[in-house]
Design a protein around this ligand. Structure first.
Ligand code: HEM
Length: 317
């Protein structure tokens, strides 16, 4: 098997060796030679070397400065090194994959917003301009368009994982409810984003979507009126969808993902249903009582001293 080269650890992050000061007269450095660390001692370094050393340590110093004020490293260490249950597997990556898809959507969306014009007369042309003229425009637009489907698929798979692993049960009900709201908001993003190119397909698909919303009980008609923002789908609808897609829903999603992640870290994740919880070791007096309650004087097949055996002292008359 080919050997994988080990990456070099930057000197700046390697702590200086801790040395015990040598006893006077004890061996170590041969006579007449300066010890190794004295040769490189700061007072022997040239001004340029000192500056270089300071420069190398600058990023770490800056991080330490921020950390002293935020105390973030304790939180990050706790979060990144937290224990996960036995049996944790690839299905547990679906939540992080959904998060990654959301981040891709947010980043590509920011770049698209730099060139997109939310006007009924210019929206279509601005998208054509992004695709045809802007450097990497077609790639970024494609990532955002296909990424929306990826996020919807991932969120459903993640929801399925949490459902089938029973992660919606106590004490994670609130995280499930937050997840349901995140699902609705993600669907809202996909729906409102679809109108933005303002071509024939997005126009007619949005009419269908708004009409479906209108069939909902009680609030349905109000919801479709709100979405259409007028008697017909037109310029006002586009402005409304744009505001929902760009401002309202992303803000809510970011806040809710924050709450969702907080609860994941605070409560930990659920073990897969096929991993059985280990029985805590039973203390001797309880073992005796347990064995008595079994009526056979045994715990896990072993005889327990002092435990009443079958039919003896079992409360039975
Ligand atoms: C933007 C959408 C979402 C993101 C970014 C997200 C992210 C995450 C992440 C990273 C985890 C921890 C790792 C894992 O179990 O995969 C998690 C756990 C969880 N999520 Fe989500 N999630 C989202 C949507 C949802 C939805 C739609 C539901 C359900 C309706 C949901 C319910 C849960 C539950 C119950 C847990 C705890 C899992 C456990 O304890 O094992 N999440 N989520």
């Amino acid at each position: 098997m080919p050997k994988i080269p080990v990456p070099k650890i930057p000197d700046a992050v390697v702590p200086p060796p801790l040395r015990k000061p040598a006893k006077p007269g004890a061996g170590g450095t041969p006579k007449g030679q300066a010890p190794e660390d004295l040769k490189t001692a700061p007072e022997r370094q040239s001004h340029g070397d000192k500056l270089l050393d300071r420069g190398k340590e600058a990023p770490i110093d800056a991080l330490a400065w921020v950390d002293q004020r935020l105390a973030a490293s304790g939180f990050l260490t706790g979060m990144l090194y937290r224990k996960v249950p036995k049996g944790t597997n690839w299905f547990y990556t679906l939540g992080s994959a959904t998060l990654f898809a959301f981040i891709v959507q947010a980043v590509t969306g920011v770049f698209l917003a730099m060139y997109y014009t939310p006007s009924a007369t210019q929206a279509y042309h601005s998208i054509a301009h992004i695709n045809n003229d802007v450097p990497l425009g077609q790639l970024v637009h494609g990532m955002h368009k296909w990424g929306s489907s990826v996020m919807v698929i991932l969120i459903f798979l993640h929801m399925g994982r949490t459902f089938f692993f029973g992660a919606y049960k106590y004490p994670r009900e609130l995280n499930w409810v937050i997840g349901v709201v995140l699902l609705i908001l993600t669907m809202t993003m996909a729906f409102t984003g679809y109108l933005l190119p303002f071509d024939q397909r997005s126009f007619w698909a949005s009419i269908v979507g708004i009409n479906i919303n209108g069939t909902g009980p009680v609030v349905g008609p109000y919801l479709s009126d709100f979405l259409r923002a007028g008697p017909e789908l037109g310029a006002t609808t586009l402005s409304r969808f744009y505001a929902i897609h760009m401002l309202l829903v992303p803000g809510a999603i970011i806040a809710l993902i924050g709450a969702h992640m907080y609860l994941v870290v605070k409560l930990g994740t659920t073990a897969p249903p096929w991993v059985r919880a280990e029985r805590p070791k039973v203390a001797a007096p309880t073992a005796a009582l347990d064995a008595g309650a079994n009526g056979n004087g045994r715990v896990n097949g072993h005889r327990v001293d002092g435990a009443p055996v079958d039919g003896e002292g079992n409360g039975s008359l």
